[in-house]
Write a protein that binds this ligand. Structure first.
Ligand code: ADP
Ligand code: GLC
Length: 504
């Protein structure tokens, strides 16, 4: 089938999507994959809660439907808008008491989870179910419903209760976040009683949203092949490994891609100097600008490391903090952008205060600085304890910034370790280490620094990485194959049912 020949209707349900609302990589995926699917000919619509921050940015929108849900006070309105500059249509689910709050979609101003998150995302999932069943006055019924992470995981469970529902795909972006709530919450959500069972949403006496996707979706995928294997082990399965092994025939891994319209050093308007693998010497200007921004001594040859991300244990930020205590008097600088756990924020600020000539720390969320770090530093640290895919190592590769990564999940699948052999055959793209310890991280940084002192080899690595193809086009084709498989299975089921009815 050539790329434009399919006309599958896909409802893509997500709790965040760049550029409308973003806390992490899910938003990057939901902001880019639908556009890549549109390019393959799919009729794709994204459905997203109408958070306060989105409404503020999009004051004039067309209301396309209104509905009441049983047990939910007040009306739900659907608005139609677009995903930034792309023509992908977005449906925003507006229920002001649930979603019209500013800031992070999941956390209050003190960083605590909103106490009514279960109610908010159950409401959202019920609306997605309505749209999927063509019961939302849109005159549009998807062929496949694609759900992402626990916030939309009730959708496959709700759809399974309906005989004419379309099939669903559930993507696990991070199994560590499961949407666990007490049994009393299950009772309060007016969900079908049959869903309270260990074979459904019950998980050791608690309500587990993510089980809705893991048990009831027709297919499941995660965001790298390695992570798809890891979550079937007790070490990374959080007690769900048995269920995932049971479903392994419909579980696959599809690696994330890079949104070229956002992350491309040739065209990036947020960095001080554009460059390509052919004009690499221009990258230096970004290092100088970053050193100035972070008030670090402007030195061309110093080995500059960077980190961007959520300051949580998953990301191994504690290992970075331990490592930073040892760098005094080395020809090395480090700059960081992130927010999260208050104890990590405080430790990083303290270290930067003690060693301002080598360490620059920005606590917060800032897309401009994120681009400037990717373009400015020489190497990027990702010592994550687990990493379903990871996007920053992909952006680093694209920006000629060498990733230094722990050998897990998507990091293992996308970065090829530097060895004499991989240098010789031009496959080496970064430094991979095996243990999530400060010693192992330190050794990898040491290896990288030695190579950095040999500019010819270093530039070879940089070019290898910049020439890798991590475009969404490839991964979107993998998703398309899954959708087509689901649709064909559903058509086959329908035919069998028709034959049975005719025989009766
Ligand atoms: P995760 O989704 O687990 O947080 P990913 O590597 O998949 O990790 O994606 C994180 C995304 O969020 C990247 O686009 C990264 O640049 C961005 N990001 C994370 N923290 C910040 C921050 N403090 N400021 C700007 N962007 C950030
Ligand atoms: C999650 C994962 C990250 C992944 C992202 C997008 O937040 O932690 O590894 O890249 O989702 O799939």
């Amino acid at each position: 089938m050539t790329s434009k020949q399919n006309n599958l209707k896909i409802l893509f349900s997500t709790s965040e999507a760049h550029p409308l609302i973003k806390t992490g990589g899910l938003a990057d995926v939901a902001g880019a994959l639908p556009a890549a699917l549109l390019n393959l000919g799919c009729d794709v619509r994204v459905v997203l809660p109408a958070y306060g921050d989105i409404l503020k940015k999009q004051p004039s929108m067309e209301a396309v439907a209104e509905m009441y849900l049983p047990g939910v006070p007040g009306m739900v309105t659907l608005y139609a808008t677009c995903l930034g500059d792309s023509p992908v249509e977005v449906l925003l689910v507006d229920h002001p008491s649930a979603f019209a709050r500013e800031g992070n979609p999941y956390l209050d101003g003190d960083g605590e989870v909103w106490p009514d998150n279960a109610e908010r995302f159950a409401l959202f999932s019920k609306v997605v179910q309505r749209i999927a069943l063509d019961q939302a006055q849109l005159d549009w019924k998807p062929d496949v419903v694609h759900c992402n992470d626990w916030q939309t995981a009730l959708v496959p469970a709700l759809l399974r209760q309906q005989p004419l529902a379309p099939p669903s795909l559930f993507t696990i972006h991070n199994l560590a976040y499961q949407g666990l709530f007490p049994q009393s919450t299950f009772n309060a959500l007016s969900l079908p009683a049959a869903l309270w069972s260990p074979d459904a949403l019950e998980f050791h006496g608690q309500l587990s949203f993510i089980k809705g996707g893991l048990v009831f979706a027709d297919c499941i995928n995660t965001v790298s092949a390695q992570y798809a294997n890891e979550i079937q082990t007790p070490e990374m399965g959080y007690g769900l490994e048995g269920l995932l092994q049971f479903r392994k025939n419909v579980l696959s891994g599809i690696v994330n891609g890079i949104d070229d319209s956002v992350w491309n050093p040739k065209t990036d308007a947020l960095i001080c100097q554009n460059y390509t693998s052919r004009t690499l010497s221009k990258k230096k200007a970004n290092k100088t600008a970053l050193q100035k921004r972070y008030k670090l001594p402007v030195e061309e040859d110093v080995f500059m490391l960077g980190f961007i991300g959520r300051l949580v244990e998953q990301k191994g930020i504690d290992l970075i903090i331990e490592f930073l205590k040892t760098i005094e008097n080395q020809a090395m600088q480090f700059c960081l952008l992130g927010s999260g756990d208050k104890k990590f924020e405080a430790a990083l600020l303290r270290l930067a205060g003690e060693n301002p000539k080598q360490l620059g720390v920005t606590i917060g969320y800032d897309e401009v600085i994120a681009h400037q770090i990717e373009a400015g530093v020489d190497a990027f640290l990702m010592p994550s304890r687990f990493e379903p895919c990871g996007l920053n190592q992909l952006y680093s590769l694209r920006y000629g910034t060498i990733p230094i990564v722990h050998n897990v999940g998507g990091l293992a699948d996308t970065v090829i370790d530097v060895t004499d052999e991989s240098i010789a055959n031009s496959t080496a793209t970064g430094f991979v280490f095996d243990q999530p310890t400060v010693t192992s991280l330190g050794e990898a940084i040491n290896r990288a620094q030695k190579r950095y002192r040999k500019p010819r080899t270093w530039h070879k690595l940089v070019r290898n990485g910049m020439n890798m193809d991590y475009s969404w086009h490839k991964s979107a084709q993998e998703y398309l194959k899954l959708y087509q498989f689901l649709q064909q299975e559903r058509e086959a089921q329908k035919s069998i049912q028709t034959i049975k009815l005719l025989k009766e």
